[in-house]
Design a protein around this ligand. Structure first.
Ligand code: ZN
Length: 126
């Protein structure tokens, strides 16, 4: 019984399994690309980051709240994460890669994930 689905599948695994089912070939945590993206589709020259809404500050998302204490400390920390993400993305774009960010909350529902990834696939197909 090795096919039992784990209940606490990580967001990244959910994205991977979706891509796999859709027939995409991908590589993981490619170290020789800026920011070592979580998932890379070499054929489509596309890098995918799967971001936690809280740490990476998904804008307008209910999961991206700020703790009530030590507000300055947290805001500083969050800001650093966001700046780092932007920098990675800029470096990848400069190197001719497309960059897609999938937010953790978008991986929770199959329907949403399908939508997000289909928009990627449509763009790549042109
Ligand atoms: Zn979110």
């Amino acid at each position: 019984m090795s096919r039992i689905r784990s209940k606490d599948t990580s967001p990244e695994k959910r994205v991977r399994s979706f891509l796999h089912r859709a027939g995409f070939r991908f590589r993981l945590h490619v170290k020789n690309l800026p920011g070592s993206p979580d998932i890379v589709l070499p054929k489509h020259r596309t890098a995918i980051f799967v971001h936690g809404c809280y740490w990476h500050r998904h804008s307008g998302c209910k999961f991206a709240y700020t703790p009530k204490t030590r507000v300055d400390f947290w805001q500083d920390k969050f800001e650093q994460n966001v700046v780092r993400d932007k920098k990675k993305e800029a470096l990848l774009l400069e190197a001719g890669w497309a960059v897609l960010t999938v937010w953790e909350c978008e991986t929770r529902e199959d329907e949403k994930l399908t939508q997000v990834l289909h928009s990627l696939i449509d763009k790549q197909g042109e």
